[in-house]
Design a protein. Structure first.
Length: 94
């Protein structure tokens, strides 16, 4: 499974055919993009913990001496990497 941040700001190129093909960009969130250009599409919204945050927690736990916590976070990351490889090989995703 791959998730996206619906609050992330993006730049969307627009070609205005009513003005001779003038091209410009508008800035909006990913959620606003879906609302404007993908009528009827509503992505499933789930709570997610970014892998970057878990990596940050590992570094912090190591620095603060919480070796058991750091090991647990490393184990979660290891499981995640192995699961992603299984999915790439055609395994069933949850």
């Amino acid at each position: 499974m791959r998730l996206i941040d619906l609050d992330r700001m993006i730049f969307v190129p627009i070609v205005d055919e009513t003005k001779g093909g003038v091209t410009y960009e508008i800035q909006m969130t990913v959620a606003e993009f879906f609302d404007k250009f993908c009528k009827g599409f509503a992505p499933e919204v789930v709570e997610a913990v970014p892998v970057e945050w878990i990596n940050w927690r590992v570094r912090h736990a190591d620095k603060e001496g919480f070796k058991d916590a750091a090991s647990a976070f490393r184990w979660v990351l290891w499981c995640w990497e192995n699961q992603k490889e299984e999915w790439r090989k055609g395994g069933v995703q949850p």
